[in-house]
Design a protein around this ligand. Structure first.
Ligand code: 5AD
Ligand code: SF4
Length: 458
């Protein structure tokens, strides 16, 4: 320790050393991004990020309410922090996100050691909320509508070459099972210029791939002057130097327009990947889910996407065990998978959410055991589809954005192809953040394995 430091009083030493925040996000990509945005705000006010909760002065959980299980995970994490808070009353504990928005009072009642509860539209004020929690005691900050100021310090982000960009918030649909319209409110669009400006700043700081985020992103722009579309945003961002890949998540199939598909086809950096949740393969269940499309219509959109964007990869979310789901209805989901042959599926067991139409109108009558069996059945089917589809790529060359050392084997590199295939290859760690061409030699359900193809020509 230097002489100067040794003469500082404890108090002033504390003021000089930045305090540390640990953030953990549960649930969707939007939550991960919001956690980052909250940290970005705190970092502008003297906080540093830590990856170690034991080392943190502030622990923030960005919570998810989409299923019962997501909430239970947070409750148990919070319970486990109680003894630490007793030992160290200076530790601050904050809850953000959907659980916070849904039921702040019950969080504070069940977990009185929580200092701060901040809903889905106030996290940009995190630095002031933390100060208030320190001086005034427990703080609740919930807003049900209004614009969220999400201007961010682009340097604060978990990955050097990829970044999420929020383009809209909330959702105007009311799917019968879904809590999102309650916890995230109605759709609000971020101004077009702000989106483009943020991507430009990210590109200047080394980002090569952006993913636009929104709950129902293909209706982006409907509330903005001039009604710009997601297609317009893709085209505008494609012009930015340094941005070589553009993705977006997530789209309700009923809102996919030809204009978006055409924009994807025409824009070199738009990734050929479309995540648009079918949720179910049977039209009667889709009707009970208030999804607004039939199985036939969904299949038409798949065909259209493949016609306009040849080679596009399709991914979906599927719910099993929705109230009243018969064996025959479940079979329709299986057959939808066989017909579409998705690149990827995400399967969820239905979980009744308080206040949603499905929870109020229907009995949760499919047993957990049946839900589990149906989920496993779909996952096994997808595994066999993935193996076949991946093996068809053996012998071809694909373009990969290298992430860095593979999480499973640090001696190798891993990256992602345009269609979200995980690709494992040998190469120097310096390639992280670079696009490379890879010759695929081997494939499993989970990944492609290949070798670097040397760059030729200028
Ligand atoms: N139960 C189960 N899965 C749900 N999802 C949304 N709400 C529920 C629920 N109540 C799934 C949908 C959605 C994904 C994010 O979570 O498949 O697309
Ligand atoms: Fe929920 Fe439906 Fe909106 Fe998606 S489209 S967020 S499932 S209400």
């Amino acid at each position: 320790m230097s002489e100067v430091e040794t003469v500082l009083s404890c108090e002033s030493a504390r003021a000089m050393v930045s305090r540390k925040v640990f953030v953990e996000a549960f649930g969707c990509q939007m939550n991960f991004l919001d956690g980052e945005l909250a940290v970005s705000r705190l970092s502008e006010h003297g906080w540093a990020r830590t990856a170690d909760p034991e080392d943190a002065d502030l622990i923030l959980f960005n919570t998810c309410s989409i299923r019962d299980q997501s909430e239970n995970r947070v409750w148990s994490r919070l319970g486990a922090l109680r003894p630490r808070k007793e030992r160290d009353p200076g530790l601050l504990i904050g809850i953000m996100g959907c659980m916070a928005q849904r039921d702040a009072e019950s969080i504070l009642r069940r977990m009185p050691h929580v200092d701060l509860v901040c809903g889905t539209r106030r996290f940009h004020e995190m630095h002031t909320l933390v100060e208030r929690a320190e001086t005034e005691g427990q703080v609740i900050a919930i807003e049900t509508d209004g614009f969220v100021d999400i201007v961010r310090d682009v340097r604060v982000r978990p990955q050097r070459h990829r970044a999420y960009v929020s383009v809209m918030r909330g959702c105007d649909h009311k799917c019968s099972y879904c809590i999102v319209p309650t916890t995230r409110g109605v759709q609000t669009d971020r101004p077009f210029e702000d989106v483009v400006d943020e991507v430009r700043r990210l590109a200047e700081d080394g980002v090569r791939e952006v993913t636009f985020l929104g709950q129902n992103i293909n209706t982006y722009g409907r509330y903005l002057p001039g009604r710009p579309t997601l297609g317009d945003a893709i085209r505008a961002v494609d012009q930015i130097d340094g941005i070589d890949r553009i993705r977006f998540l997530t789209s309700n199939p009923m809102d996919i327009r030809d204009e978006l598909l055409e924009a994807m086809a025409e824009t070199p950096s738009a990734a050929g990947y479309l995540h648009f949740p079918a949720q179910h393969g049977h039209s009667d269940v889709l009707r009970r889910m208030f999804r607004g499309y039939s199985r036939e219509r969904y299949l038409e959109v798949c065909a259209k996407a493949r016609e306009v964007c040849p080679g596009i990869e399709l991914a979906t979310d599927l719910i099993v065990g929705f109230p009243g789901e018969t064996e025959a209805e479940f079979e329709a989901t299986r057959s939808l998978m066989e017909e579409v042959r998705f690149k990827q599926i995400y399967v969820f067991k239905y979980s009744p959410r308080p206040g949603t139409a499905a929870a109020e109108q229907y009995v949760d009558d499919v047993s957990d055991q049946t839900k589990r069996e149906r989920k496993n059945e779909l996952l096994a089917l997808q595994d066999s589809i993935s193996v076949e589809r991946n093996q068809a790529l053996v012998g071809t060359q694909i373009r990969v954005l290298v992430d860095g050392p593979s999480p499973r084997n640090a001696a190798r590199l891993s990256g992602r192809a345009e269609g979200q295939h995980m690709v494992i290859l040998d190469g120097s760690p310096d390639l992280a953040g670079e696009f490379v061409n890879v010759h695929v030699e081997r494939a499993t359900a989970a990944a492609l394995y290949g070798v670097l193809v040397p760059e030729t020509g200028a």
